[in-house]
Design a protein around this ligand. Structure first.
Ligand code: SF4
Length: 538
């Protein structure tokens, strides 16, 4: 079956002209997409979208992929579900106009078609191309003065929290939730009622709607709580023994394996043998680094907005081209992962665009990334606030003069030592012992001198310290501010809470959101350029 190409009309009907006039103030992107749809989805890009389907056309959607891609963007712009998107192709004139379906009484596609298209975008990585396409598209417009835009990218990176879509539960509820999934799956496989499985497997706690209701105890009493956890653990043991006896083969393959593995993961991370003995089990003391917090979304993790504020889910990261305000890459990482892990993901997408990073503007969270070394090795520049050295009321590293050319360090009393990258330097103990400044410098033992840590990347730190010391340097540090604004817009559009479960689906959503934001930027810039020309002509 040949894949149908989308060939929307180019000229405007009277009804469309009336609609476009109404879209001058609000929801302007509908008008922009109607006007530019041929350019955005030209033959070349439509062919790429069609390549997501096998050469034979088998499995191809009856709806042109470009129309589905446009609908995917509209869905993000409008912030609606798949079901609503289907309805809007019938009841909303703006959707109908952009999709070239004005007057159609039928939906443009089925809900499953849109979902299947999204999954195909994700499987083939074409969601990255969709974002990249908006950057390519911008280059064909007069939205920017391209002669003035540097060849190499000046990129700024930033991140914000994205609350996960899965329900976060405490240990008891997580275990019960995971066990209930196992029991339901076993009941399906055996074609038994769930109650019969729970009874036969020796886990009657699942017979109630809530395991806490079934345990019926005073949760503020630590002894009662410990007893409840032990009771639940024993019933989980019983369930596992019953599964091994009754469904040993099914336990090794999906779908039961997946549920059994989840239950085992929660048990391992949240429970441990009670050291008081008696074969008892208690809740794990402390939090496992990779603790799973939700049954429905396996990728969500605990994260921190600040020292005191916690959140559960993900961090979204964007890379913004500072010369065009276009987002060139997006990344999603679990909330517990450090920022530096996202930078290689963003750079991989920029590499795919065959663009070089000339300047990388980051905050300190990304400084330990391998991308920093790669950019410097490639002749690029890294702009970041330097570390703030702390040492209580004593002299900090900033009070010492480091000379990277001579590889020496001079203390406040004028003593000089040689330095090596990645090694601590210690001043002569006898000199420090005699020094009048010692009370302000060190609390080291009398037979030891003051030591200062010299980092592996001391050259970079040294350059950044010099940068912040000058007005011009501070101005350059402020150049990354647009990425904060852009990220705030992305956050408002994508929402504080994730639409999907799992890292990959949320990455799709971020890339799609960034694509819509880029299109708005292009529209705004084009409108600005037109107004400027009109003013010049007047
Ligand atoms: S205590 Fe040692 S390192 Fe500190 S100022 Fe005196 S001589 Fe220098």
């Amino acid at each position: 079956m040949a894949i149908e190409r989308w060939r929307p009309r180019q000229g405007f009907t009277k009804q469309e002209e009336m609609l476009l006039r109404r879209l001058l103030r609000t929801r302007k992107l509908f008008a922009f997409l109607r006007d530019q749809r041929h350019e955005l989805f030209d033959d070349g890009f439509q062919a790429e979208l069609e390549s997501m389907y096998r050469g034979t056309g088998a499995g191809a959607s009856p709806v042109p992929p470009a129309l589905l891609a446009m609908s995917t963007l509209l869905q993000c712009y409008h912030g609606v579900s798949d079901a609503e998107a289907v309805e809007l192709t019938v009841v909303d004139l703006r959707w109908q106009m952009v999709l070239d379906r004005i007057g159609s009484a039928d939906a443009a596609f089925a809900q499953d078609t849109l979902r299947e298209f999204r999954e195909r975008l994700i499987r083939t990585g074409m969601d990255r191309r969709l974002l990249e396409r908006t950057v390519e598209f911008a280059r064909r417009t007069k939205a920017f003065d391209w002669k003035k835009v540097p060849k190499d990218l000046r990129v700024a990176i930033d991140s914000s929290p994205l609350e996960g879509a899965g329900r976060v539960e405490d240990t008891v509820n997580l275990l019960a939730h995971a066990a209930r999934k196992v029991v339901m799956c076993a009941a399906d496989l055996l074609n038994w009622p769930i109650e019969k499985v729970a009874t036969a497997a020796g886990i009657p706690l699942l017979l109630q709607s809530s395991v806490k209701k079934a345990l019926d105890l005073e949760w503020s009493d630590p002894d009662a709580k410990a007893q409840a956890v032990d009771t639940l653990a024993r019933q989980l043991d019983s369930l596992e023994a019953w599964l091994r006896e009754k469904l040993s083969e099914e336990m090794k393959k999906p779908p039961l394996k997946e549920h059994v593995d989840t239950l085992a993961q929660i048990r391992t991370q949240d429970l441990e043998p009670d050291p008081s003995g008696g074969g008892k089990t208690r809740i794990h003391q402390g939090v496992a680094a990779e603790r799973r917090v939700s049954i429905e979304d396996a990728d969500m993790r605990h994260g921190r907005k600040s020292k005191t504020k916690l959140f559960n889910g993900y961090k979204r990261h964007i890379a913004l081209d500072l010369d065009t305000d276009l987002i060139v890459a997006g990344a999603i990482t679990p909330a517990n992962r450090p920022e530096e892990e996202a930078a290689p993901l963003l750079k991989a997408d920029i590499d795919e665009m065959q663009r070089r990073i000339g300047e990388l503007h980051i905050d300190r969270g990304y400084i330990a990334s391998t991308v920093v070394d790669a950019v410097i090795a490639d002749g690029g520049e890294v702009i970041c606030k330097p570390w703030v050295p702390r040492n209580g009321k004593l002299f900090t590293k900033a009070d010492f003069k480091i000379n990277m050319r001579d590889m020496t360090i001079t203390c406040p009393a004028g003593e000089v030592e040689r330095i090596d990258l990645g090694a601590d330097v210690e001043f002569d103990a006898r000199t420090c012992a005699r020094c009048a400044l010692r009370p302000q410098c060190t609390t080291a033992a009398p037979d030891a001198g003051r030591s200062v840590t010299i980092a592996d990347n001391e050259r970079l730190q040294h350059r950044l310290r010099k940068l912040i010391a000058t007005p011009r340097g501070r101005r350059r540090l402020r150049e990354r501010v647009p990425v904060e604004h852009s990220l705030a817009h992305v956050g408002r559009r994508q929402s504080r809470r994730a639409r999907y479960r799992g890292t990959r689906k949320n990455l799709f959503d971020l890339r799609r959101t960034a694509a819509v934001q880029n299109l708005e930027t292009i529209d705004r810039r084009l409108a600005g350029a037109t107004n400027k020309n009109l003013r010049r002509a007047a």
